[in-house]
Design a protein around this ligand. Structure first.
Ligand code: ADP
Length: 198
């Protein structure tokens, strides 16, 4: 099963990805997590992307594409994957399609989690505050200013992918602002695995 999750920051891609990987037994590939790990480990790539990420911008396509290609060539991704946060630009989407084509593979579904952007701002600011109150780690880009930049990047560079995948007939759209369990049921229904998870 090869699934891509698309949606603005805070729409719940990570949460839904975790359910999908559990259901299908395929790895969860989050480019945000991969890049944060590189920043944390202070690798060459990590040093290059740290500032861009902290400012809410997108890191260069070539760098992310290379990281994804490397990751999906590993044995655990042979049966599929749930991609969260990639592709995020048209250039990434087109290169990724070329790569899949070359390998004789194709995406099964692209799931769009739709969400009103004002609600997203509140959601993420609350998520950061709760994490701080519980003494947990707060992402350096989960603050109001940076979030606005992330939403802007989404609207400018990622939103066009929705039409691209719609035109290829693999887009499934779900309202991401419903309770988590309802979103999960809708996602499974949208990809043809209708069953109640509530
Ligand atoms: P969110 O969806 O909540 O904004 P992610 O964890 O997916 O967060 O990504 C965090 C940051 O990592 C992005 O703001 C961007 O700087 C970088 N990033 C992640 N994936 C990509 C990608 N595919 N292309 C470019 N930059 C990316």
């Amino acid at each position: 099963m090869r699934i891509v999750l698309v949606g603005p920051p805070g729409a719940g891609k990570g949460t839904q990805a975790r359910r999908l990987v559990e259901e299908y037994g395929v790895p969860h590939l989050s480019t945000g997590d991969m890049l944060r790990a590189a920043v944390e480990a202070e690798t060459g790539i990590g040093r290059k992307v740290k500032e861009t990420m902290a400012n809410g911008g997108l890191v260069p396509d070539q760098l992310v594409i290379a990281a994804v290609i490397e990751r999906i060539s590993q044995a655990d991704a042979a049966r599929g994957f749930v991609l969260d946060g990639f592709p995020r630009t048209m250039a990434q989407a087109v290169s990724f399609d070329d790569l899949l084509d070359t390998e004789g593979l194709a995406l099964d579904h692209v799931v769009e989690l739709k969400a009103d952007q004002n609600v997203l701002l509140d959601r993420i600011v609350t998520r950061a505050r709760e994490a701080r109150e519980q003494g947990g780690a707060v992402r350096p880009d989960d603050n109001h200013e940076t979030l606005k930049a992330r939403i802007h990047a989404y609207n400018e560079q990622t939103a066009p992918l929705v039409d691209y995948y719609r035109s290829r007939n693999i887009l499934r759209s779900v309202d991401g602002l419903q309770p988590v369990e309802v979103v999960a049921s809708d996602v499974f229904r949208a990809i043809g695995q209708g069953r109640s998870v509530i």
